[in-house]
Design a protein around this ligand. Structure first.
Ligand SMILES: NC(=O)c1ccc[n+]([C@@H]2O[C@H](COP(=O)([O-])OP(=O)(O)OC[C@H]3O[C@@H](n4cnc5c(N)ncnc54)[C@H](O)[C@@H]3O)[C@@H](O)[C@H]2O)c1
Length: 444
């Protein structure tokens, strides 16, 4: 099938590459010439495990190519995926300008039947806006070319995006046009071989499904984070509580990890956008407002623990920070807890040496030539001369550290662990103090 993908970011590039892998002829469009240049030169503009191989293989096979030429992309695909960003507007609602610009481009230039697929996460009612934008462009040139608008939200996780796309839990298609549903079924058939994963529903329900999924996951995290704060006060251990409730099949084990707050390009923005959508309908979402507030508070928990030990004024203090990405296996730092932690530390007069396996280039882009922030090329190098270690992201390489080395490198033998990576007794044995989330404070 001929497919165009508009927007070649985390979602668009993975979608394009994986659809090409199944034999489709895919053209990816982006307005960012730098991204397209990197891809055309054989590079990958983002860090996503396994993606480079899929891209390379399919470019070589002639099934995957990249362009900044809008007319070429519109002409290419019968199916036109819109996978552009939907960042939060100033008021928290989803900013649809990129989605609608992409829709207008399609309407302005299409000359045959198109299935226009909203893959970006967009509020309920966006398909109608996309339909209207296309209709408006067609009307301007007196064209009656047929088209359908479909909602096909994406559920992939950054860091496991290729796997998620190749083996999805479900594929949601919101559509009311029979021909479009037929084409979407055919496109996704190869991802659907051992059991039916495609759920066809009405467009609005599909749009809401995406927000409902992210809101539910964010709720589980904030719920556990809130209980973690209580556990600390009550002398309980949130990790034991997690095991205790996760074994209940009605609850399940996923997304029950207490930590220093969720970040990333999706949960924070999607929770905000859903609250905003509901406000527009005069329907307050009380649970989700609390989820968001709890998360904002949770992002400050690590620095509060630092302040408790070192005092509010951290002038002259220097910290090693392990992990900058919002989660492991990605270089994405959008809404990352590390950004709040660093800002708070700087505000209080501290300096930082940070280490992250892949996100340091992104951090340099964000923080520019911030004089209070240095980077190290290994976790151990970051420790040199630091007063304490702060762990923000649960990268695998932080999981079994040399505690002796940590102890001998730090001025004060203390770890602030925002991801509960270690068994407290082991850390204590190594002579280190240990502050984690929802567990008793360990003094060396
Ligand atoms: N990142 C995720 O894990 C994830 C998962 C599921 C859903 N989503 C949703 O998917 C959408 C895209 O997210 P992302 O993380 O891939 O964003 P991204 O910022 O990585 O990529 C978006 C790309 O679109 C390009 N673009 C913007 N306007 C364009 C236009 N008119 N024509 C062509 N290209 C254009 C940008 O240059 C950018 O490269 C968002 O709505 C997001 O909420 C993201």
């Amino acid at each position: 099938m001929k497919v165009s993908v508009v927007g070649t970011g985390y979602v668009g590039l993975v979608t394009g590459a994986c659809l090409a892998e199944m034999g489709n002829d895919v053209l990816c469009l982006d307005v960012d010439p730098n991204k397209i240049r990197i891809l055309e030169e054989g590079g990958i503009p983002i860090h996503e495990p396994g993606l480079d191989k899929v891209v390379e293989r399919n470019v070589k096979a002639g099934r995957l190519s990249f362009t900044t030429d809008i007319a070429r992309a519109v002409a290419h695909g019968t199916i036109q995926f819109i996978a552009v960003g939907t960042p939060p507007d100033e008021d928290g609602s989803a900013d649809l300008q990129y989605v609608l610009a992409a829709a207008r481009n399609i309407g302005r230039l299409m000359t045959d039947y198109k299935v226009i697929v909203d893959k970006s996460t967009v509020p309920v009612g966006t398909a109608d806006k996309v339909r209207a934008a296309v209709a408006d462009e067609l009307a301007k040139r007196g064209s009656d070319v047929q088209y359908a608008v479909v909602s096909n939200p994406e559920f992939l996780k950054e860091g496991a995006a290729v796997d998620d796309f190749m083996r999805p839990d479900r594929i949601v298609v919101g559509a009311d046009d029979e021909q479009a549903i037929l084409l979407m079924r055919a496109l996704y058939a190869p991802f659907n071989r051992n059991h039916e994963r495609l759920i066809v529903m009405d467009v609005r329900s599909a749009e809401l499904t995406k927000y409902a999924a992210n809101a539910m996951l964010a709720t589980r995290i904030s719920f556990m984070n809130e209980l973690a704060l209580l556990a600390e006060k009550m002398g309980a251990d949130i990790e034991q509580v997690r095991l205790g409730i996760g074994s209940d099949q009605r609850i399940g084990t996923h997304f029950l990890y207490a930590g220093c707050g969720y970040g990333g390009s999706c949960f924070p923005k999607d929770v905000k956008a859903l609250i905003k959508t509901a406000n527009g309908e005069d329907q307050e979402l009380l649970v989700l407002k609390a989820v968001e507030d709890a998360n904002e508070r949770q992002k400050t928990v690590l620095v509060n623990k630092v302040v408790k030990r070192f005092g509010a004024d951290l002038t002259g203090k220097h910290f090693a920070v392990w992990g900058l990405a919002f989660k492991p296996n990605t270089d994405d730092m959008r809404e990352a807890t590390s950004r709040v932690v660093l800002a708070e530390l700087f505000e209080r007069g501290a300096t930082v040496t940070a280490y992250d396996p892949v996100a340091m280039a992104e951090a340099k882009r964000i923080f520019g030539d911030e004089p209070r922030l240095k980077y190290a090329d290994s976790p151990n190098a970051a420790l040199q001369g630091a007063d304490a270690l702060i762990i923000v992201t649960e990268w695998k390489e932080f999981r079994s550290p040399d505690f002796e080395k940590i102890k001998s490198s730090l001025k004060t033998a203390v770890i602030f662990d925002g991801r509960n990576l270690y068994e407290p007794a082991l850390v204590k044995q190594a002579g280190l103090s240990y502050e984690s989330i929802g567990r008793a404070s360990i003094q060396a």
